[in-house]
Write a protein that binds this ligand. Structure first.
Ligand code: MEV
Length: 443
């Protein structure tokens, strides 16, 4: 296929929306007759709401829909929740709902926040004597704290702020590399903007003060800041969720429960010891977590990066969930880092995010951490339960049936006939196509 060559465009972001669409169509979409209709038909009917979406990013042309569903019956620490989930994968919400119902009858989920600390670093070069740097760092700390007083004021009122600063020597791994490691509490905010503002102010004061520090002047070497940024690796912002019950309560008979529990624990052990399985296992956990993170307008990339780094904290990638059978009790739990916000960011801007928080009964950040951890645990329970019993495809393809029917542009009658037929026949693309073709031929 011959690729169309478009010319570079300057001042694109200054164009209005209509001009941007026109430019895009002329340069990349001439062969797509319904491009304009598609782009404009996804606009929100209320211009004010559309304006909000337009302003979230640069060069917004239209909106991109994902399903917003809900998984009810989550009993978490004695409170019954319905979890709002935004996800495209057919079986995720159904699986969450099934797991919630399963554990509702067995005491529900217990969750606790272990710690809530965030962190960020000022990464800098310094090639002089370490003792001179240490002395300078010790003496300049009050100045560094003073440099963020105005930024911290409101956060301090809410019980948060900078906890402390520490000089870290990274020269063993990289010549001349040091950092100031800063620890923060950020209350109900995820805190990225707050932390980054603090770090940049501290970094500027650090460099400014270094310039007149006698020991550096006499050595003719100065610390030089390379970059200052929060870390999305937050093992000190951790939450744990668990379920447990008598093994016999896991099956229709005691023996069925025992067999299931043993196979389930074995599946977790495999995910703990084998990277290829661990990645898919954790992907299933993230199905639940990301869906809730997206619904609540949190930063799923930050959560993903932090969670996977945590899964590899011992030098190899491993399962985020754990399971055991002890004295006839089956316990299944997850522990993971989650830096989440219930204020700030999109939380008060995106109408559906606001609605998601209302569905969740307006949790604070700690409660949201617990709910999200439970969503991950439930999703993993549902996946592993299917995997060690029926296999995943039965439930997955049942949910995927509607997507196949839509691909085949099935009518309402054809869909109804297919749903009835596939209630007791196995779903595959080929089987559904054959069924629809024969249905069409016979009518
Ligand atoms: C599919 O999205 C997720 C699973 O592959 C997770 C797993 O294998 O545990 C079913």
């Amino acid at each position: 296929m011959l690729r169309r060559m478009s010319k570079p465009v300057s001042g694109f972001s200054k164009k209005n929306k209509e001009e941007k669409i026109q430019w895009l169509i002329e340069n990349y979409l001439v062969d797509v007759p319904n491009a304009r209709e598609l782009l404009t038909s996804y606009w929100h009917t209320n211009p004010k709401t559309q304006g909000l979406h337009d302003d979230f990013i640069e060069n917004t042309l239209t909106n991109y829909y994902l399903p917003f569903g809900v998984a009810p019956n989550f009993l978490i620490n004695g409170t019954l929740y319905a979890l709002p989930m935004v996800i495209e994968e057919s079986s995720v919400v159904a699986a969450a709902g099934n797991a919630a119902k399963f554990w509702l009858d067995r005491g529900g989920f217990k969750a606790e926040v272990i710690s809530t600390e965030k962190n960020g670093q000022i990464h800098f070069n310094y090639f002089g004597k370490k003792t001179a740097l240490e002395t300078f760092f010790e003496s300049v700390q009050p100045e560094l704290l003073e440099s963020i007083e105005h930024i911290q004021k409101n956060m301090k009122k809410r019980g948060g702020g900078l906890i402390d600063l520490e000089l870290i020597d990274g020269t063993e791994t990289l010549e001349g590399y040091y950092q100031i490691h800063c620890r923060f509490e950020t209350g109900d905010a995820m805190g990225a903007n707050f932390i980054n503002s603090c770090l940049e102010a501290i970094a500027a004061r650090f460099e400014e003060k270094a310039q007149t520090h006698a020991a550096f002047l006499s050595e003719d070497t100065l610390p030089e800041v390379v970059l200052s940024i929060l870390s999305n690796y937050v093992p000190e912002c951790r939450v744990r969720a668990e379920v447990s019950c008598n093994v016999s309560a896991l099956g229709k008979t005691e023996q069925e429960g025992i067999t299931f529990a043993q196979k389930f624990v074995r599946a977790i052990e495999i995910a703990k010891s084998e990277t290829r399985r661990a990645v898919t296992h954790n992907k299933g956990i993230m199905n639940g977590i990301d869906a809730l993170i997206l619904a609540t307008g949190n930063d799923f990339r930050a959560v993903e990066a932090g969670v996977h780094a945590y899964a590899a904290r011992n030098g190899y990638y491993s399962s985020l969930t754990h399971a055991k059978i002890e004295d006839g009790i089956f316990t299944f739990w997850i522990e993971l880092p989650l830096a989440l916000g219930t204020v700030g960011g999109l939380t008060s801007l995106h109408p559906m995010v606001k609605l998601a928080f209302s569905i969740l009964q307006k949790p604070n950040a700690k409660e949201l951490m617990q709910i999200v951890a439970v969503a991950g645990l439930a999703q993993n329970f549902a996946a592993v339960r299917s995997l060690v019993t029926t296999g995943i495809q039965k439930g997955h393809m049942k949910m995927h049936l509607m997507n196949i029917l839509n691909q085949l542009e099935a009518t309402t009658n054809e869909k109804a006939a297919a749903i009835a037929h596939f209630a007791d026949h196995s779903v595959s693309h080929a089987n559904v196509t054959a069924f629809i073709n024969s249905h069409r031929n016979s009518s």
